[in-house]
Design a binder for this molecule. Structure first.
Ligand SMILES: [Zn+2]
Length: 159
């Protein structure tokens, strides 16, 4: 699968939607974005398929340039993006993380789903805050988050 970057105007904001893997081919796609983006940037990660170490390097280089004179917000970070944010502080730089997906699994019926945690709605205030229980939409059982909650939300305390 290839990489497609779409920029959509959202009022004062340029929303960059990244579709495809973050890998060794990312740099070629990301570079033109440095000049294409305005001063207020939302990066949406919902359609990022995978991340490898070459991609992380390209991403960090991109962020270093993209952040100059800009406000950057991350939205709909997938569980894989969240783990990068937690492991590698430069992945995020000074960007604000506004929403993340956590993956949940039901112990009773094996249903798996992503739950979106959004600032101002259900995003906890810190990595150690209590997370409201999530019910399985198929059978009503309380589901388990697949990551450890305090590790998954550790980035909240690193800001
Ligand atoms: Zn279930």
């Amino acid at each position: 699968m290839g990489i497609t970057l779409n920029v959509e105007k959202k009022g004062q904001w340029d929303q960059l939607v990244y579709v495809g893997p973050i890998n060794e081919d990312s740099e070629v796609h990301l570079k033109p974005m440095i000049t294409a983006l305005g001063t207020n940037v939302i990066i949406n990660f919902r359609k990022v398929e995978s991340v490898n170490s070459c991609g992380v390097r390209a991403w960090i280089n991109f962020m270093r340039e993209a952040e100059k004179g800009r406000k950057v917000i991350f939205e709909e970070c997938t569980p894989e993006i969240v783990s990068q944010i937690n492991m590698i502080p430069n992945f995020r730089g000074s960007a604000q993380v506004r929403s993340v997906y956590a993956s949940y699994a039901c112990g009773k019926c094996d249903h798996q789903t992503w739950v979106l945690f959004e600032e101002g709605r259900n995003l906890p205030s810190s990595g150690t805050a209590e997370i409201p229980p999530q019910k399985c939409e198929k059978c009503g059982t309380i589901m388990e988050m697949e990551e450890l909650e305090d590790e998954f939300f550790a980035w909240l305390d690193a800001a």
